[in-house]
Design a protein around this ligand. Structure first.
Ligand code: MG
Length: 254
């Protein structure tokens, strides 16, 4: 019902299965207003922006507060000019926060100095729940095995496109993540992921076969429904910035 008492929709239409709402029901809860983030004004394609108003910010460019190494000690990566940079040899870092199913945004930048090839060029990784990797790699003019390409669900699905920008240019990942669910030792709902790189769809709601592994077939290992976001130290000077998420909610959850 609108503030002036008008019915915004219909109450003589069928009930939508699985809900208590009519088709076009004017009384159905309105979606919450969320102010979108803005793009930066330094250029047109750097991908920088500010988080939406309701985002949970994991890295805002100032410090690694809230990030730890695998052993729980403070993260050792470098923070400079609003970005974090892998400090080779210090290991992967992960959030203390445990993320639910979510919309995740982050930006990354492959090293400006190009060195190495295939998996050895600008390698890092975005590990959802600490164990499901969306590959970070510099695949601009750099071939590697397709299921290890930038944006691959590593070892499972090559991306639908190579949407890489040049090394030294900031790139965006937008990821929709639905983690798996377990009952005892069995997986009762697999994980699903949708990934966009620089606004280009790489995966559209693909079903994961299990956690990330190397050179072997994967399988699920039971875990909690929430988990940390982990970033990989693969020895390359990859930078990250503007990392935030929004929990995925169902319709009418507000
Ligand atoms: Mg990697």
């Amino acid at each position: 019902m609108a503030p002036d008492g008008k019915n915004l929709g219909y109450d003589d239409t069928p009930i939508i299965p699985g809900t208590s709402w009519h088709v076009h029901d004017g009384n159905r809860p309105q979606p919450p207003v969320v102010t979108p983030g803005s793009c930066c004004d330094c250029c047109t394609d750097c991908g920088a922006g500010t988080p939406p108003a309701d985002a949970v910010v994991l890295f805002g460019g100032e410090s690694l507060d809230g990030w730890v190494s695998g052993d729980g000690s403070p993260a050792q990566w470098k923070v400079e000019a609003g970005a974090m940079e892998v400090m080779p040899g210090t290991g992967n870092i992960q959030t203390v926060a445990q993320l639910p199913d979510c919309q995740l945004h982050l930006e990354f930048c492959a090293p400006t100095v190009v060195k190495g090839e295939s998996q050895g060029r600008g390698n890092s990784g975005v590990f959802l729940m600490g164990q499901y990797e969306i590959q970070v790699l510099d695949c601009h003019d750099n071939l590697t095995y397709p299921d290890g390409t930038t944006g691959a669900v590593y070892g499972q699905y090559p991306p639908l496109a190579n949407a890489c920008r040049k090394p030294g240019e900031w790139q965006t990942y937008d990821i929709l993540w639905e983690g798996p669910r377990f009952e005892g030792a069995s997986c009762v709902k697999p994980a699903y992921v949708t990934v966009l790189l620089n606004g280009i769809v790489l995966h559209h709601h693909v079903e994961l076969m299990g956690n990330t592994s190397h050179r072997v077939l994967t399988e699920y290992v039971p875990h909690a429904p929430e988990g940390p976001l982990m970033l990989q130290d693969h020895g390359d000077l990859v930078r990250f910035r503007n990392i935030w998420y929004r929990p995925l909610k169902g319709y009418d959850e507000g």
